[in-house]
Design a protein around this ligand. Sequence first.
Ligand SMILES: Cc1cc2nc3c(=O)[nH]c(=O)nc-3n(C[C@H](O)[C@H](O)[C@H](O)COP(=O)(O)OP(=O)(O)OC[C@H]3O[C@@H](n4cnc5c(N)ncnc54)[C@H](O)[C@@H]3O)c2cc1C
Length: 179
Amino acid sequence: MPTSPDVVVVGAGPNGLVAANWLADRGWSVLVLEAQPEVGGAVRSDRELDPAFVHDTFSAFYPLGAASPVLRSLELERHGLRWRHAPAVLGHRWADGWALLHRDRERTAAGLDAAHPGDGEAWLDLARSWDAYGDRVTDALLSPFPPLRAGVRAPARGGPHRRPRPGAHAARPGARPGP
Ligand SMILES: Cc1cc2nc3c(=O)[nH]c(=O)nc-3n(C[C@H](O)[C@H](O)[C@H](O)COP(=O)(O)OP(=O)(O)OC[C@H]3O[C@@H](n4cnc5c(N)ncnc54)[C@H](O)[C@@H]3O)c2cc1C
């Protein structure tokens, strides 16, 4: 390490480490300073409860991390990263069971239908309304601000009649999504 690095990154959380690695990959000399004895910030894991058991210390699940273009570009799998997927992405408990969200939308719909016939098709309809945007929404979330490119491309693909209305669905949790 040169005595005077090109860049000093303060904090070895995920953002500092991504920035440091991205710059180092491009030939910059980088010094990372971390106040804690371990790197990782709020995504650090630990074995302090039981040496045989790795647990999260703060954050726990990273869908946007797995989708992040900059994280993918670092090819962390070559350095030991393995993404693990839970059997169901998430669940919501109700009086007589669970609503489970699976990676397979048909499976999610089947579960919803079993509890409340018709809800499965409503779910599929809502999912289809997002198909028009899908990766464009992810691009907009994960690209530098302001996400102009992803934002401009999105309407062209879906058209106004298929545009998802997350606010509308959130405001009317019991309502069926419209066409
Ligand atoms: C309880 C909790 C649960 C969360 N759950 C999730 C989740 O499930 N999924 C998800 O995606 N996100 C989750 N998050 C958010 C996620 O952890 C943060 O977005 C992420 O850690 C931010 O990364 P960062 O590098 O910006 O900051 P941090 O992770 O906070 O890292 C900052 C680092 O900088 C160091 N530092 C600070 N000041 C100095 C200094 N002056 N000198 C040297 N070092 C310094 C700190 O010690 C730390 O290591 C959660 C956060 C918390 C707190």
